[in-house]
Write a protein that binds this ligand. Sequence first.
Ligand code: AMP
Ligand code: GLY
Length: 414
Amino acid sequence: MANVLVVGSGAREAAIGAKFLASPQVDAVFVAPGNDGMELLGLTPINLDVLDFEGLIDFAKAHVDLTFVGPEQPLVAGIVDAFEAAGQTVFGADRDLAQLEGSKTFAKQFMQRHNLPTAKAQHVESLAAAKQVLADWGAPIVVKADGLAAGKGVVVAQTVQTAQSALEHLYTQDAHAPALIEECLSGQEASVMAFFAGTQSVILPLSQDHKRRFNADRGPNTGGMGAISPASQFSTEQAAAARKLMLQTVAALEDEGMHGCGVIYMGLMFTAAGPKILEYNMRLGDPETQVLLPQIDNDFYDLIQNLLAGKQQDLRLNGQTYVGVVLTHPAYPAASKPALPVLVPTEQLLAGGEWIPAAVRNENGKLLSSGGRVLTLVAAGTTPQSARTAAYELVREYAGELAYRDDIGVHSLE
Ligand code: AMP
Ligand code: GLY
């Protein structure tokens, strides 16, 4: 029997951990640092930070056969390079590959070198240069700070004035801030993810996240308020186009000598001129993971280990549609204080993989929120409609004082 370590603490890592634990080959799954809610799923949180590479490697050497890295910060900081140097089996992008997520300019240049369709963009490093592009291109226009910003570094400006104040804000903080100014695209967005190792890849179905805080895509950007997958509003041709872009990306990485493994996440916008790549992430999406992994019928431990061993894997899907609704602290994305009670899930909910904790603390048997996105409730259906109905039944029962969007998955009904 094998033991697995998942690095990270959110609902994505809870879903990954639960998927590994469902493998008959897996005995124990540790999550570093995890959250207390994960214990209800049979996972074992261990008190190590995602950036404590030494501590994590020591733990992996002593206790685990495979480590899977969830979030971007440790990937960009080189956790995979460190594990490999220590001879530990790890699934995730190394520091070179993680630049595709860590630097928007690096990703843009990569796409341009390989003719991967993306928005026209100009790299700038001063307010004067940025203002010149703004004067030349006009609005609407998109301003993207380079580097990791947890989804908060992008301003889609409908007017020149909004763009100007975004730029002024950026350049008051850092007079030489690297940034991208992009042409503003329009269309529906979807995410497509793949597990890959070298030239082998396993491409997951399309999913759709809902990033804005409030219904009808209003309010500030968040880490993600809910997701649906498969996203049935996209045609078979559109899904095939997305897969093709993924295969081109994997081939392009190999072309550039960027060998490695992990996850590729493409944020796509289906414009009138076809799909364009908005961004790459080198990790699974949250909350998309919570609606993608339950579709997979393969033994997940086998899937990852076989990919690492260079064997082509066929993905087996169960054909269900999943809707995941994120329950947040009502103040989210602002400071999520004070802690609020979290209703205790039933055994049935836990066994069904419907209750996925992101920031749940256990205080003497009482569950409390310990962050902005508190948990994801996930339900399945044979149609988007029935999956939505089932998910919102759970939400009504378990939300308590937590907040959520009412319209997760509605675009799949159109
Ligand atoms: P990103 O972090 O690059 O994915 O951007 C975050 C969000 O900003 C995306 O999910 C889109 O909604 C929006 N966005 C990014 N780039 C563009 C673009 N070129 N045109 C329109 N919207 C964009
Ligand atoms: N759900 C968006 C992300 O994980 O980046």
